[in-house]
Design a protein around this ligand. Sequence first.
Ligand SMILES: Nc1nc2c(ncn2[C@@H]2O[C@H](COP(=O)(O)OP(=O)(O)OP(=O)(O)O)[C@@H](O)[C@H]2O)c(=O)[nH]1
Ligand SMILES: [Mg+2]
Length: 373
Amino acid sequence: MKVEWRTLPTVLTEEEMLDKAFSRAKKAADRVEDRDRVFRTRKQLTRMVQTAADVLSTSLTETVKVWPSLDQSPEFDVAMIEACVGTDAYRHHLSILDWGAVQINKIATQNARKITRTAQIPLMHDARKEAYGRMSSIMGRVGASLTWLGESRETLKRLPHLDPLQPIIVVCGAPNVGKSAFIGALSTGTMEVNHYPFTTKQLHVGHFLHRRLAHQMLDTPGLLDRPMEDRNAIEMQAIAALEHVGSIALFLIDESASCGTPLEEQLHLLEEVRHLLPGTRLLEVTSKADLLEPRPEGWSTTKEAEAAWRDAGRQGLPELPLLLDDEGRPTVSAVEDVGLEALRLHLVRLCAEGRSNDALSLPDGWHRSDLEA
Ligand SMILES: Nc1nc2c(ncn2[C@@H]2O[C@H](COP(=O)(O)OP(=O)(O)OP(=O)(O)O)[C@@H](O)[C@H]2O)c(=O)[nH]1
Ligand SMILES: [Mg+2]
């Protein structure tokens, strides 16, 4: 299931729900006609109580319904919810809303009965007033949960938007090494700008298609770009979420160190990332190939092979010569667009390998149609 966190509707506050309920109830009462004063009053007041309760309980249950159930959410989303707002709190506040809806309906039944069972108009009014008072007090207890959900919605709609059924490439590396530029250069179509709710940095999510499979690329600013000791608990949980999603992780190294982080420190970070994402295949890539001195030997070979592949209409999955640096690492220039096509095809192969391993681990008789595209 693909959860659209960003399209969750606004959560009404306690006051907004009460205003809506009582004004609808009043309108409903105004529509009642009966020449007999006792009958008219009885109908008006029962209708007020029932309409108010319906509006309140429906608003509460509808809110619960549109919020994704954690049991059916992808692991990444659950881990992100845990990191950002807490899954226990999430479940708790939604269950309070369900509880409130039940209580409000009970109050309506009890007080409507009081109204119908008396012939005395003042007692009917008392029962209506009592119903409103009790509903307001239930709403008072639900109010904090509505506020919590309203605030969480603001947080969750900033989450990156990923399809867990398609390959995901987690792009990491020290600040300024060119992560965003890399994702932008490999993306077809528009790159999304998003946030991890706990960093102020922009994160980019891009994708490219290969045989109808969207290979998603996820940026990690402020997450996998600093030493372990500076990370807080929330960030560690978010990193755990990355461990769940990544088909592969790509670690960008800026050898020119124009990014501001010395090479040695970047390699130290690489070891930390390897340790943090133990189940994820990690590919090292050197960024900013155009800044390497001298330029990588294979520069023109790769560049020509990529141009030929593009001209031929990008058919199949050939092994284009990867552009390599002196260390033998694949390298790319996002600025001059060299090495990117060759690396893209390499990434497609690595993701496919990971996926066929997944498929092999499925029980007998299971069928993964997405692998046959
Ligand atoms: N010469 C050259 N510059 C590059 C290349 N890729 C990125 N840059 C430059 O490097 C700087 C950082 O690039 P970003 O893509 O913002 O790096 P980042 O890793 O996303 O940075 P943060 O999100 O701040 O961690 C920018 O000034 C880019 O223009 C490249 O291939 N060649
Ligand atoms: Mg960036």
